[in-house]
Design a protein around this ligand. Structure first.
Ligand code: HDE
Length: 729
């Protein structure tokens, strides 16, 4: 029998058909349209032109000790390709992590939109999602204090729909004209390129302190929302108001939401800074591991629908991206579920080369006149031209729609399609006018015929001038610990600002939001609270700026609090995929270890045994148990909770291990659930842990202990423990 090695290499199409395709094909037709993946298993090594390679270890030389010959085309091909392996990183959102999945609709939305994938509950729409930070470079830490990008590409049967959103529902600026300024201000300062992936520096706060419209977003960015526990535990928002259009042509406004089924959870700032050192890939790893282990992340797609007739019913302008629609005013209807169930095969080919664009819409979805959205409609294609090197980036496998593409666009860098025939224009008679344009009734896209009758003008609507009422609403809606975290974050960030005038100006903004907030930050900064400035702030308007662009109206939100804005009100009913550290050593008690470990795993948690050294530990009952990590490689910040089982020798060893005591103290400091067998309380007494506090579970009875421990872990954190700040670690 001929071995596989002797069979000729497969053609690209053959290779594509027997591989996992991207995204999963649904039938032969889409399969042929789908990108090729390559899997070298059991294949021969060739050059890029198909020549079989005989020696991949040595370059061609003039004798064993001689110079390398220019003739070595194999070496040159390999090195040349290597020299060109990098492409420019994204100007913003450079650091990202991606995953494949599917979207399934709960019930038809045909009353409001004609988009097929939102009409037919039978359709499973493939999706590719890319999560990102905004400010840092590709290699920066996942745990920077930052907004997270939440971009979803739906590969629908009517073409690709991209929902390119963030994990915060508003934005810093109202007009696309200011975006380059915002990004220049937040990026590392251009003289010394510092600091990386951080907003805690002069240029960012200089700009922000001069832009009162950013006040609401600043509250979000300084809140724990900027420090997600996991990408799987973040909300997502389309931010802008979009339009939905139904079959009858009736439009309504819509805000898109993603609601994570695991709840919305964050880490502490001190923890985030530690994680950045211990595991800068923390979020990327968490997403990857969850998908590999079958704990597929899920979000429900939510919509807030506003009839066109209600456009002017709100205290704010629906077109203003610094405003959200409180859920108390317009409830979020959950219309479908997205499940991420497959990791990419290749980071570069998929996560790096994916090109999102707010302008990728399908019939039934349209834009509003939000001036930020309007600017984005230009930017996303433009940026791909430089990043992906030319106009054919839509042919890159991850960007291809699952439906056929036919038009008269031709040629350009790296064209993949081989268009047949002479005709590349329309109208034509030589090819029967093919490809033919499509009537609206047959699915051709038509823009919503919004009536426009206006003068050309460079100005902002006065309805955009209320800059503070929703910033105040957000702050007032937070729990006390969440408010304290915002105060701490602002004190930290402004504490890193060197220019006193910037700090003072920012305090002026904070006084407009909440007096206590401003007073506490001023105290932390050791400066006097300035008299609340009425905008425009004196001296804050650029010399050539128009006064009215910097005005702020004094508007009070009628709504005093919105419970959806606080993470304290999130779902806390699961410990699925949470990571629990079990601190053990030789002599650990079998029952005390196994009962709790099994019970936690049964409800979907992941446990790891941390011991003084790697290898195995021997239990009291003489069983050998594999150690997952030693105290050298593990860190409490990478876990959600800690358990210390009984067993005399083990307890003594853990008590004597400085790193174990530090581990527990740190978990305590970060307000995590901590449990110990009653017989392990010697360990607890060597720490700062106060056994009487919430989230500390000590029990002799393993069953009772597990019940209480599971409840405590699902609560995520016990922020009330933070106040006394007893832990110096
Ligand atoms: Fe983006 N944004 N953005 N943005 N944005 C980009 O496009 C831009 C804005 C968002 O994972 C870039 O392909 C302008 C708001 C995400 O690949 C670029 C303005 C929101 C991602 C760009 C905004 C976003 C980007 C850089 C103001 C939340 C990552 C690379 C008018 C609703 C997508 C790229 C991914 C990426 C421009 C504002 C979300 C330069 C001009 C508001 C999630 O085109």
């Amino acid at each position: 029998m001929m071995s596989k090695k002797n069979t000729p290499p497969k053609t690209g199409t053959e290779a594509a058909i027997d591989k996992k395709l991207v995204p999963q094909p649904e039938n032969d037709k889409t399969e042929k349209l789908m990108p090729h993946t390559a899997d070298a298993t059991d294949e021969l090594m060739t050059t890029n032109h198909g020549l079989k390679i005989n020696d991949d270890q040595n370059s061609l030389k003039a004798g064993e000790r001689g110079a390398t010959l220019l003739e070595d085309f194999i070496l040159r091909e390999k090195i040349t390709h290597f020299d060109h392996e990098r492409i420019p990183e994204r100007i913003v959102h450079a650091r990202g992590s991606g995953a494949h999945g599917i979207f399934k609709l709960y019930n038809s939305q045909s009353a409001v939109t004609k988009a097929h994938f939102l009409n037919d509950t039978e359709i499973e729409t493939p999706v590719f999602v890319r999560f990102s930070t905004v400010a840092g470079s590709r290699g920066s830490s996942d745990l920077a204090r930052d907004v997270r990008g939440f971009a979803v590409k739906f590969y629908t049967q009517e073409g690709n729909f991209d929902l390119v959103g963030n994990n915060m529902p508003v934005f810093f600026i109202q007009d696309a004209m200011k975006f380059p300024d915002l990004i220049h201000a937040v990026k590392p300062e251009p003289d010394n390129e510092m600091p990386q992936a951080a907003s805690a520096h002069d240029t960012f706060w200089d700009f922000i302190s001069l832009m009162p419209e950013s006040a609401h977003m600043v509250m979000w960015a300084m809140s724990d929302r900027a420090l997600p526990r996991s990408l799987r535990m973040m909300e997502g928002f389309g931010v802008h108001t979009f339009r939905l259009i139904n079959e009858a042509g009736v439009a309504c406004f819509v805000k898109f939401h993603w609601k994570p089924l695991l709840g919305v959870h964050s880490v502490a700032w001190d923890e985030a800074q530690n994680i950045s050192g211990k595991d800068p890939d923390f979020h990327r790893r968490d997403l990857w591991d969850a998908i590999e282990s079958g704990a597929f992340p899920e979000w429900e797609l939510g919509v807030q629908i506003v009839p066109e007739a209600d456009e002017f019913k709100f205290e704010f302008d629906l077109l203003d991206p610094t405003k959200l629609i409180p859920e108390e005013l317009v409830p979020v209807q959950r219309i479908g579920k997205m499940t991420l169930n497959r990791n990419p095969d290749n980071f570069f080919a998929e996560t790096e080369q994916v090109a999102f664009h707010v302008g990728h819409v399908v019939p039934g979805i349209d834009f509003s006149n939000d001036p930020l959205l309007q600017g984005r409609l230009f930017s996303y294609t433009d940026t791909q031209l430089i990043r992906l090197g030319g106009p054919n980036f839509h042919e890159i496998p991850i960007n291809r729609p699952v439906v056929p593409v036919h038009n008269n666009q031709r040629d350009g860098h790296m064209r993949q399609t081989i268009n047949k025939g002479k005709v590349s224009y329309n109208p034509n008679s030589l090819s029967n006018n093919d490809p033919m344009q499509v009537k609206a009734v047959d699915g051709g896209f038509t823009s919503y015929a919004e009536r426009i009758d206006a003068k050309k003008i460079r100005a902002r609507s006065k309805s955009f001038f209320d800059h503070f009422s929703q910033a105040t609403l957000f702050f007032n809606s937070q729990s006390e610990p969440e408010q304290n975290h915002i105060i701490d974050a602002l004190t930290f960030e402004l504490g890193k600002v060197k220019t006193l005038a910037i700090r003072e100006r920012m305090l002026g903004i904070l006084t407009q939001i909440n007096a206590t907030l401003a007073t506490k930050v001023a105290y932390g900064l050791g400066i006097e609270l300035p008299n609340a400035p009425a905008f425009p702030v004196n001296g804050s308007v650029p010399a050539d700026g128009k006064q009215e662009d910097y005005q702020s109206l004094s508007v009070k939100s009628t709504l005093k609090k919105s419970s959806a804005l606080s993470m304290a009100n999130t779902i806390k009913d699961t410990i699925k995929s949470r990571k629990i550290a079990i601190l053990a050593a030789d002599g650990v008690n079998d029952a005390s270890l196994n009962a709790v470990k099994l019970a936690l795993e049964e409800v979907g948690a992941i446990t790891e045994i941390i011991a003084p050294r790697l290898g195995t530990i021997t239990t009291e009952g003489k069983t050998k148990v594999a150690v997952d990590q030693s105290f050298l490689t593990a860190a409490s910040v990478l876990f959600d909770a800690v358990y210390v089982p009984a067993g005399n020798a083990s307890v003594k060893a853990i008590q004597a291990e400085a790193n174990a005591i530090h581990f527990l103290n740190e978990a305590y400091k970060h307000c995590k659930a901590i449990a110990a067998d009653d017989d392990a309380s010697l360990v607890i007494s060597a720490t700062y842990i106060d056994e009487t506090e919430a989230g500390i579970v000590i029990d002799k009875d393993a069953k009772k202990l597990t019940e209480k421990f599971i409840k405590a872990i699902s609560n995520h954190r016990f922020w009330e423990r933070e106040k006394p700040r007893k832990v110096p670690a």
